[in-house]
Design a protein around this ligand. Structure first.
Ligand code: HEC
Length: 207
């Protein structure tokens, strides 16, 4: 008796499942019955040119959307790009000192950061400062001062990250500014990589 009852229950369960799948199948099939060339009713048709059929303009093109007919618009005054921290330092000794005191490197010297820092350093700094920061890059060999920054006794090893960030951002004397070529986060990462060079360099023998 017990087993028969159990079997009955099981059947009912299966039956329900079959009905449900049939219903889902029917619903999904019927909902697909729509002739594309005769679209369904539109909800708020007067809004749709804006919401659904907006005319996308390609970048660097001329279009009729804006008054000056250019797709690339100048950002509204006072806006700043995402991930960009505006700096308010002056490009002189005072500004450098202030940056050294106020700015903190937002990155930790983990593997990923140092890996990126190495790429940035080797792309932008090595031509003058050399692979180890000894000031013996190719440009330095051809006459421009290369300035050693990669050894523990160099000034660069004693200054805080913010101070170096200021030098890379604003430049100093013959060293040009890298603000437009290296984005902020990469500048910080290059500095962390430079720190590893300074730590691994052997101090020069004392005279
Ligand atoms: C075009 C060559 C050149 C490149 C490229 C260059 N530098 Fe320099 N850098 C210099 C020169 C020259 C000086 C010395 C400037 C001066 O006399 O004030 C200097 C100075 C420095 C100093 C200060 C050193 C000190 O003891 O006063 C730091 C730190 C520094 N550079 C870091 C970097 C970093 C980091 C990069 C890469 C993002 C870089 N530099 C790329 C030429 C360069």
């Amino acid at each position: 008796m017990n087993t028969a009852f159990a079997q009955h229950k099981k059947l009912t369960g299966n039956h329900k499942l079959v009905c449900l799948s049939l219903a889902i199948f029917a619903a999904s099939t019927l909902s697909g019955c729509r002739v594309e060339r005769q679209p369904n009713y539109e909800w708020l048709p007067w809004l749709n040119p804006m919401m659904m059929f907006s005319s996308a303009a390609e970048t660097n093109t001329v279009n009729t959307i804006f008054k000056n007919k250019l797709t690339n618009q100048v950002p509204p005054e006072g806006t700043i790009p995402r991930d960009f921290t505006p700096l308010h330092f002056t490009a002189d000794d005072a500004g450098r000192t202030a940056a050294g005191e106020q700015l903190i490197n937002p990155f930790e010297a983990d593997d990923a950061t140092l890996k990126r820092g190495k790429v940035v350093f080797e792309t932008f700094c090595v031509p003058c400062h050399g692979t180890t920061g000894a000031g013996d890059g190719l440009v330095a060999k051809r006459g421009m001062p290369g300035f050693p920054i990669g050894a523990p006794e160099n000034n660069a090893a004693k200054w805080p990250d913010g101070y170096l960030f200021h030098i890379v951002t604003y430049g100093r004397n013959v060293m040009p500014s890298y603000a437009t070529q290296i984005k902020q986060e990469d500048r910080w990462k290059a500095i962390l990589y430079l720190r590893t060079l300074q730590q691994s360099a052997k101090p020069a023998a004392k005279p």
